[in-house]
Design a protein around this ligand. Sequence first.
Ligand SMILES: NC(=O)c1ccc[n+]([C@@H]2O[C@H](COP(=O)([O-])OP(=O)(O)OC[C@H]3O[C@@H](n4cnc5c(N)ncnc54)[C@H](OP(=O)(O)O)[C@@H]3O)[C@@H](O)[C@H]2O)c1
Length: 272
Amino acid sequence: MFAKNFLHGKVALVTGASRGIGRGIALALAEAGADIAVHYARKGNKARDVVKEIEAMGRRVIVVKANFAEKEKIDAMLDEIEKAFGGVDIFVANAASGGFRSMLETSDKHWDWAMDVNARSILHIAQRVAPHMHGRGWGRIVTVTSLGAVRVVPNYGAVGLSKSVVESLTRYLAAELAPKGIIVNAISPGLVNTDALANMNMDISSALEQVRQRNPTRRLVTPQDIGRVATFLCSAAAEMIVGQTIYVDGGFNILTEYFPELENTLQTEEDS
Ligand SMILES: NC(=O)c1ccc[n+]([C@@H]2O[C@H](COP(=O)([O-])OP(=O)(O)OC[C@H]3O[C@@H](n4cnc5c(N)ncnc54)[C@H](OP(=O)(O)O)[C@@H]3O)[C@@H](O)[C@H]2O)c1
């Protein structure tokens, strides 16, 4: 699909790359030739495992740590990346955090945490990396959002609100930065089996199976699916896609809950 190593010479910062979707994106960008800054918050061992995988591909790679609730930690992380690589050409804003609770149980503290870690950090990092991208006349910013930004997911209020901000921020940044050669888009993954689901207070395997069955493609989204789309958004083929939220969910979001009987008629012969 892409020329081999088409991202050679580019430096990508992938936040939350120690595991899950972020790891999938970091590996995909490295596979496409990029050098990688693998960011994590707490799980250093997992991040270092990802570093080893990327080193084995022959790319330059560093590991950086920062809690995105603390602006000074973000600045220190960016200083470290600039020292190692000179700057960031591709910024993938994947890291996210936030507990599951009802809207009425969401305190100022929960609100601030989700907004700071999931949304405000993206603006701060974009403000720091954009001048380097502008100087090179090329940059890509890919944010990671979720369906909870536009639909109600039970007990997901604080994170869902922060993801709405991420999608809006993606559009504002996209309009402002496109004239500088910096293309900004969001990816909205469907349900992916990662550690994040462990906090959801539910029977994960039965939830995953229900989502799989409801999905028009009859399979779950993987970190590799998201990695491939993030890579595509960094390619020349995608340069006129600007400020969009790309759903990578096998069509899950296009279905309605209102007519389950009719949805059954969508089943293929293979299913029945
Ligand atoms: N999984 C899904 O079904 C799904 C669906 C739609 C969208 N998404 C989105 O996809 C992205 C990745 O999700 P995931 O499921 O892969 O998550 P995950 O497995 O829980 O990984 C979260 C990542 O964020 C980092 N992180 C956590 N708290 C942080 C903080 N305070 N400051 C900075 N980084 C922090 C973690 O670092 P440590 O490893 O060091 O803790 C980890 O690398 C998120 O934006 C999420 O909202 C996920």
